[in-house]
Design a protein around this ligand. Structure first.
Ligand SMILES: Cc1cc2nc3c(=O)[nH]c(=O)nc-3n(C[C@H](O)[C@H](O)[C@H](O)COP(=O)(O)O)c2cc1C
Length: 196
């Protein structure tokens, strides 16, 4: 069975991002995938200090939750990353996660994993697409295969409008695009890994 990991990039518990990432994973499970959630709101992740030890050893010199998270990403066949919009971009928690995944890029351990992005902002035109793009840039540099939310809406991934924590459940487009993204990631991961 393929494994899809969902990363929740919000610093708050019970977040809108959590609602959408869970929706995407539920849909991935319905398509036949196994799933696991990693919530950055409860993870201890230090920022990258550019010691460059990973360039020589493939291992990070910092001992925190990112070690286990990198191990999980290495084993998965699919990755879904969600972030609230913070000033048109991802949260600092998600950026720390991205930078600390650098050991995985040393010999492209995420190559050909299927990946997609979800974002939620309080304003309708608040930067959801620029945030999705920031996540896509990370995923491209990690050599994953990016998918969007596919048929029938077919844009960049999950995108919702919500302010207070929990409001995401009221946004049908956010829920639908997140569910469609999860289905799309699972379908392609299953195609690429028929023996899993
Ligand atoms: C520091 C900060 C910056 C924000 N910047 C934006 C923004 O640029 N555009 C926007 O639409 N919402 C912005 N928001 C609102 C959040 O994106 C919104 O409340 C979202 O639902 C939070 O998601 P969460 O519940 O997953 O944390 C910002 C919130 C914070 C705390």
């Amino acid at each position: 069975m393929v494994k899809i990991i969902g990363i929740i990039g919000s610093p708050r518990k019970g977040s809108n991002t959590e609602i959408y990432v869970k929706k995407a994973l539920e849909s991935a499970e319905n398509a036949g995938a196994d799933t696991e959630i990693i919530n950055l709101a409860t993870a201890e992740i230090e920022p990258c200090i550019a010691c460059n030890i990973c360039k020589n050893t493939g291992e990070c010199a910092i001992y925190d939750d990112m070690r286990e998270i990198n191990d999980k990403l290495r084993e998965a066949q699919g990755i879904i990353i969600g972030s609230p919009v913070y000033f048109g971009n991802v949260t600092s928690q998600l950026k720390m996660f991205m930078d600390r995944s650098r050991p995985l890029r040393i010999d492209f351990k995420l190559k050909n994993k299927v990946a997609g992005a979800i974002s939620v902002g309080a304003s309708r035109n608040g930067g959801q697409e620029t945030t999705l793009s920031a996540i896509h840039q990370f995923l491209l540099i990690q050599d994953t295969i990016i998918v969007g939310d596919g048929d029938p809406l077919g844009h960049y991934g999950g995108a919702g409008v919500s302010g207070a924590a929990g409001d995401a459940a009221e946004d049908d487009v956010g829920l639908e695009t997140s569910a469609n993204l999860g289905k799309r990631v699972a379908e392609l991961a299953l195609r690429l890994n028929p023996d899993s």
